[in-house]
Write a protein that binds this ligand. Sequence first.
Ligand code: FES
Length: 69
Amino acid sequence: MENEEKSPTLTVLHNGPYIVEGKLKMVDKDGKEVILEGKTALCRCGHSHHKPYCDGTHVKIHFDDTADL
Ligand code: FES
């Protein structure tokens, strides 16, 4: 059991990004595979300048996940 890896977890932060924890293969928009390890914040507001990663822009734009689109 010591070498057993925990399943990755995705947590949705209130008015913020998706937090991915654990080891996970992500395929980007160009089909390139990226291994995510540890904790990674993925943009949920759509305004990051470094997509798919969160760059903190959601704070500046006062992202409100309760607002209608
Ligand atoms: S959620 Fe952080 S920049 Fe979009």
